[in-house]
Structures are given as C-alpha cells and as structure tokens.
Design a protein. Structure first.
Length: 312
C-alpha cells in the first residue's frame, strides 16, 4: 500500500430503516420455523422490511449531512454500496444524488456484503487526489430478491441503509490500513440471477467466511502497525452471530468488543457495517482515538477489512 499525505475523517453519520418490523414469530406463521430455531442458528430476533434502496439511502444520507452540519452542495460525490439497485440502469447512486441534491458525481459499488468497506476505501482514495467531502452510503432491500418460501434465506434478510460524511484532512487521517480481496471461483456460493431469487450455500459460506475475515483482519491490523490487543472495537458484517463469534475467537478479540445489531436488523448486506457503526457511535461505544476494525465478506466471493483510528 502507498502512504498518503491527505486523508479523511468521518464527520457525520445516519441510518434509515423501514417502519415495518417482521419478527421471527411472524415468519413462523407462513413457514416451517420457530423463533427459537432462528435465534439459535443466526442470532436474529427481527428485521425491517420495506422501502426502496434509493429511498433508504437518501434518508440515511440526509441524516449524515445534518449530523456533519453540511449542505448537499458542499459534497463532491456520492459513493453508494449496494447489491440491490432500484434498476439495472441507471445506477441507483444517481437517484440518490438527485434526491439529496448533491451537484456532483455519483457511482455504485457492488461488492455485496463487503461493499461498504470497499466504498469507504475508494472514497479515501478520492480524498487523497483532491476531493474535499464525500457521502458514502450502504443501502439494501434484500427482501425484494428473496423467496419468502425459502426458509434457508428468508429468515436471514432485512432492509436498511447507513451513511457517513467523509471529509479531507491534511495528513493520513483516520484510515490506517485496508485489505480488499475477491475469489470469483466461489461466486456460486452466494448469487442472484436476473429475475431470480437470492441463493446461498450457508454451510460452505460459513466455513470460507470465517477464514477470509480472519486473514484479512490480521493483515489489516499488521499493516496498521498494531496488534489485536490494540483493537478497541470490531464492527463486523452482520451475517450470522455464529460467524461473528467464530471470527472473534480465531482473531483473539473478546466478543464484547464486537458490535452486534443483527438481532434487530438481520443481514442487510452492504448496509450492515454502517448500521452497526452508527449504533456504536450513538451508544458511546466508539470514541475519538479508538482503533476500530471494520470487516466483512460477501458474494463474489469478496472480503474486506479496514482499520481506522477514529477521529484521525
């Protein structure tokens, strides 16, 4: 990696989730499952369902701008991580840019559940070459590509969005290191064809996800010049509580340092890390000077880890 002399810090954040709450008990009415079965295997109690990817992204983005005290016309670009765009063409980021009123460029990033860390890393690169302020958003409506008769997938998914405002600073800023990866030979494990439904090989994904999360996290921590003991907080992709627990154990990070919101939101793909990040900020778990590890994996198969010193 190249050392940069111009970095960024997060100055605002926000989320948006649909009003409709679907509990495990609700699902048990229409499919062969129970609250205990879902909680034991996934850690999920309920999820939010509804809205569109652009609508949720706009609402989260507006909230992040308000938190940062910035106007839309002060933003140099929108980077939207999503795997559930409103349409094939145009990119949903264009709809979001228009809806918020940002008078600049916008583009989508599709790295599935790794998408937000991919987008955040790309955004830091844009700051390094001249951008001043960017809006980075993860937004998903997985419910639209889910077969609600398929118990293996339907119990997992939720809809939502999370956003941050990223502002340029002199010096390296908050991003200490990043590690992005992909293995397209594993694309069959998690996929959705045009016009089809989401498919995942849960057992194989579990096995490979824990390995790639641990490896990329260890590499990112080392490249940041830190040790596992220096990590104050871990914000993982919220795919399954068992995966989060297994990753913590193999990394040697106490589970109480991991932010968990999957119980409330389910798996929201590229929205899950920003939803968890904002939860940590709003509850006071993430403070200035803390070293935070963002780490996730998704279809592709992709994976991504980044270490930040919060506040730069």
């Amino acid at each position: 990696m190249t050392t940069i002399t111009r970095g960024g810090i997060v100055t605002g954040w926000g989320i948006s989730v649909p009003d409709k709450v679907v509990t495990n008990e609700d699902l048990s009415v229409t499919m062969d499952t129970t609250d205990a079965w879902i909680r034991e295997r996934t850690g999920i109690r309920e999820r939010r369902i509804g809205g569109t990817t652009s609508q949720l992204a706009i609402e989260a983005g507006v909230a992040a701008l308000e938190k940062a005290g910035r106007r839309p016309d002060e933003i140099d670009g929108v980077v939207l991580a999503t795997t559930t765009p409103d349409q094939i063409i145009p990119g949903t980021s264009a709809t979001v840019q228009d809806g918020i009123g940002v008078p600049s460029g916008a583009f989508d990033v599709n790295a599935a559940c790794s998408g937000f860390v991919y987008a955040l890393t790309v955004a830091h690169g844009l700051l390094a070459i001249g951008a001043e302020r960017l809006l980075v958003i993860g937004s998903e409506t997985l419910s639209r590509i889910t077969d609600w008769d398929d118990r293996s997938v339907a119990v997992l998914v939720g809809d939502g969005a999370g956003a941050v405002v990223l502002e340029a600073v002199d010096g390296p800023g908050q991003l200490l290191s990043w590690k992005l990866g992909a293995d397209g030979s594993l694309r069959h494990l998690l996929k959705c064809d045009h016009g089809g439904f989401l498919y995942m090989d849960g057992r194989e994904i579990f096995r490979k996800a824990v390995r790639v999360v641990v490896e990329s996290a260890e590499q990112a921590i080392a490249e940041a010049g830190l040790t596992v003991d220096d990590i104050d907080l871990m914000v993982p992709h919220q795919a399954n509580l068992r995966i989060i627990s297994a990753a913590c154990q193999r990394l040697g990070i106490p589970e109480d340092k991991a932010v968990v919101v999957i119980d409330r939101y389910g798996n929201t793909s590229s929205a899950s890390i920003p939803l968890a990040l904002v939860d940590a900020l709003e509850t006071g778990r993430l403070e200035e000077g803390h070293h935070v590890l963002l780490t996730g994996f998704g279809g592709g198969m992709t994976w991504a880890s980044a270490v930040l010193r919060w506040g730069g």
